[in-house]
Ligand binder design. Structure first.
Ligand code: F6P
Length: 361
């Protein structure tokens, strides 16, 4: 019997379970194939002690659940894996072991669901002979080679709901309410949710900002009777003459973006006398039940990836182009990543036309 493996790498995103479910149903119903789930991203390929045979019953009821039944990990890169030898942490290349395990587990193909980091690793493993098919996932929507990643729509809904809620306090207290949103170096979530909720200012990494045009706009609004303001700010955005801000005090092994929202609040409070508060939405954006759109997209991606795997089209990533599910090589997809907001594109032009300020005016 043929066997497909599946793993979910990187940060979790709503819709991962929908992909797993679609892969299992498509593979078992149409190709009479066994599906093996590897746990915790690439960790489960390097050390596959805990693989799980995924049957129809194992994926029953998971379509609407956030997270991933397989676990995820944004460490565990097989090419530079942290291990402890004689009590000391060392970085080792375990890619050969990962490749051997694909054979040892008798996997004809491996479906890897992930974003930028995970699919870059997948491409490197494919270059060394691994029969990998990729599925693009990330709330950040910054994966190239596809119109949209699953997870983004749900994150945008969560962010929009938060901005809607902040509106009421902004109006009641005549304040500026700032919401700091995820997205790494891309402003898709802040822009999408900002547009959807009628934000007054949107600050994204693709458009370095000054606060002066922002406060000028706020003054104009005050003259027109609007004494409150909503700012949707991406965690990766930065002033024209400054750098991105990282949380360097959380003891983690890699730099995590964060802090720009509070910095802006401080500057507005102290510098401009605009009463301002910052809320950081954080991992709430990655949680919750996936929207119908994300369930739909994740399901189509899972079904498409299974068909690619079954027809031996390795080294490909399933994608969405203009409403159609298709495929692109992992090499091209990775090369086109990160996919950033075009500062001269339609979205920004439309937003500017509505009077939304980006801080570069
Ligand atoms: O890539 C998804 C993402 O949620 C980013 O938006 C964010 O910067 C990062 O992951 C947070 O990572 P972690 O879960 O490791 O804190």
């Amino acid at each position: 019997m043929r066997r497909i493996g599946i793993l979910t790498g990187g940060g979790d995103a709503p819709g991962l379970n929908a992909v797993i479910r679609a892969v299992v149903h498509t593979a078992m119903n149409n190709f009479d194939v066994e599906v093996l789930g590897l746990r915790n991203g690439f960790d489960g390929l390097v050390e596959p002690e805990d693989v799980i045979s995924l049957s129809h019953s194992k994926v029953r009821g998971i379509l609407s659940h956030g997270g991933t039944i397989l676990g995820a990990a944004n460490r565990g890169n097989p090419f530079s894996r942290k291990t402890v030898v004689d009590g000391k942490e060392v970085i080792s290349d375990m890619s050969a072991q990962a490749l051997e395990n694909i054979e040892r587990l008798n996997l004809d193909s491996l479906i890897v669901v992930g974003g930028d980091g995970t699919l870059t690793i997948s491409k490197a493993l494919y270059d060394r002979g691994a029969p990998i098919v990729g599925v693009p996932k990330t709330i950040d929507n910054d994966m190239g080679g596809t119109d949209v990643t699953f997870g983004f729509n749900t994150a945008m809904r969560t962010a929009t709901e938060a901005l809607d809620k902040l509106h009421t306090t902004a109006e009641s207290h005549s304040r500026a309410m700032i919401l700091e949103l995820m997205g790494r170096n891309a402003g898709w979530i802040a822009l999408g949710a900002g547009l959807a909720s009628g934000a007054d200012a949107i600050l994204i990494p693709e458009i370095p900002f000054d606060l002066e045009p922002v406060t000028n706009r706020f003054e104009e609004r005050a003259q027109n009777g609007s004494n409150f303001n909503i700012i949707s700010v991406a965690e990766g955005s930065h002033p024209k003459d400054g750098k991105q801000q990282f949380k360097n005090d959380d003891g983690l092994y890699y730099g995590r973006l964060g802090g720009i929202g509070q910095t802006i609040a401080n500057e507005l409070n102290l510098g401009s006398g605009i009463d301002s508060r910052c809320t950081v939405l954080g991992h709430l954006q990655r949680g919750g039940t996936p929207t119908p759109y994300d369930r739909w997209l994740a399901t189509l991606y899972g079904a498409g990836a299974t068909r690619l795997a079954m027809s031996g089209k390795y080294g490909m990533m399933v994608n969405l182009r203009g409403g159609d599910i298709g495929a692109i090589s992992l090499t091209d997809a990775v090369e086109q990543t990160p996919k950033l907001v075009n500062p001269d594109g339609d979205l920004i032009t439309a937003a500017r036309g509505l009077g939304i300020v980006f801080g570069d005016e």
